[in-house]
Ligand binder design. Structure first.
Ligand SMILES: [Zn+2]
Length: 416
């Protein structure tokens, strides 16, 4: 449960989904949020209140899906909501709605797909994780065709300039580097991602580039000299030959986003970062077109063949009613998808709820059986077609002290 900053008090109103219903909840009289003005009546339509209400009113699935990144998510939401910037406040509300009504889709052939209703905000930790893993998987496929993979890190000298200016400079410097003869002769193609760190002592930003290249040996001294010319003075570079292509791709995809570090930043730094990366490609490819395209921006949509779609809260209702056929099907789905597992495993109980154990993936026959069990139970269920803002089960009590290391141990998280 997120309290949205130290001064925020939980509102006393009981809205269901304030913005979804297009109305503002009436103030119960006691809620005093950090942006309330004592001299003026409380405005329950303010973005902060709407976000706070939405956050307090999370669905079961929403709480569980965001639980591994809850602290970072709350920090970003609070920073956006209290920024006074209408654009960031709108983003905060959208983020607070992320994964409100997830659903699972199946095909008669046993394909499983999750549609989470993600917010896709670049600072939403869950959406970042999904995006990073999707990209990492595609990058791994692409780099498998490369002859040799080298990892390069290019840094800028520390400076006080705003982040946006430093990112402009970093990207322009990298373009200049790629124009140099040394680079053109030795690098065939590559992919880069920009990582941003913040020095808490100095308050200085440290943006730097992680680059994976296919090409031949480049002496570090030569690269350093070339980077000094390109960047106008910075010469700190790192280059290494990667022992494994999969490891190399995984390493760079890890730097697409840094949710844990954002969570430790001050609110104004989070907002500056959000503005600085807006409209900016933080990851891109360059050089000769890869034989296997790295489709960076592809959206993960439900495949057309997944004809059966069951909202997760309907699944939870049947599980809690003790419906054995649905419980068996749900266990199969929980083994098929980490995100489904995260959303429903608590209710299933037993070994499947122990997130530290990686479950055995289900066979196709088991998935087909799950499809038929769900189809028999739900095919006449009208709520199928409507997924958003549909009243669901009441949220469970706060899950304090139950954080578990869901995303540790190298599991892929590729659901949409
Ligand atoms: Zn999201």
């Amino acid at each position: 449960m997120c309290a949205f900053g130290p001064q925020t008090v939980q509102p006393t109103s009981q809205p269901t989904h304030p913005v979804a219903q297009g109305s503002s909840p009436a103030d119960g009289g006691g809620g005093l949020t950090s942006l309330d003005q004592l001299e003026t009546p409380v405005d329950r339509t303010s973005p902060v209140d709407l976000v706070t209400d939405a956050q307090e009113d999370q669905t079961v699935a929403q709480r569980r899906l965001h639980r591994p990144h809850e602290r970072t998510r709350c920090r970003v939401l609070a920073a956006f909501a209290e920024s006074g910037d209408p654009t960031l406040q709108r983003r905060a509300f959208k983020m607070s709605e992320c994964c409100r009504w997830p659903a699972v889709s199946l095909s008669p052939q046993g394909q499983v797909h999750t549609s989470l209703g993600r917010c896709r905000d670049r600072l939403c930790p869950l959406c970042q994780t999904v995006r990073s893993n999707e990209f990492g998987a595609r990058l791994r496929d692409a780099t498998m065709t490369w002859d040799s993979v080298r990892h390069i890190v290019l840094t800028l000298a520390a400076q006080d300039a705003p982040l946006a200016d430093q990112l402009d400079h970093l990207q322009a410097s990298f373009r200049r580097l790629r124009q140099q003869t040394l680079w053109k002769r030795r690098v065939i193609r590559g992919v880069y991602s920009i990582e941003v760190t913040l020095n808490h002592k100095t308050g200085q930003w440290h943006p730097h580039l992680h680059v994976l290249i296919e090409g031949s040996y480049i002496p570090q001294d030569s690269l350093s000299e070339a980077w000094k010319i390109a960047s106008g003075g910075s010469r700190v570079v790192w280059i290494e030959l990667m022992a494994s292509r999969e490891g190399a791709a995984r390493y760079v995809s890890k730097y697409v986003t840094k949710p844990s570090e954002i969570g430790g930043w001050p609110a104004d730094a989070i907002c500056e970062y959000a503005h600085a990366i807006t409209g900016r490609r933080m990851i891109d490819r360059f050089g000769r077109r890869p034989s296997t395209p790295v489709d960076i921006e592809r959206e993960n949509e439900t495949p057309a063949e997944c004809t059966l779609r069951v909202p997760v809260h309907r699944l939870l209702e049947r599980i809690n009613e003790g419906n054995r056929a649905i419980i068996a099907a749900a266990e199969t789905l929980a083994r098929a998808s980490r995100l489904i597992r995260l959303a429903i495993a608590d209710d299933l109980g037993g070994p499947i709820a122990d997130w530290t154990i990686r479950p055995k993936p289900p066979s196709q026959d088991e998935l087909i059986a799950a499809y038929h069990a769900l189809a028999a139970e739900f095919e006449d269920d009208a709520p199928f077609a409507t997924r958003t803002h549909e009243p669901g089960p009441a949220p469970p009590p706060p899950l304090t002290g139950r954080q578990r290391p869901m995303f540790e141990g190298g599991w892929a998280m590729r659901d949409g």
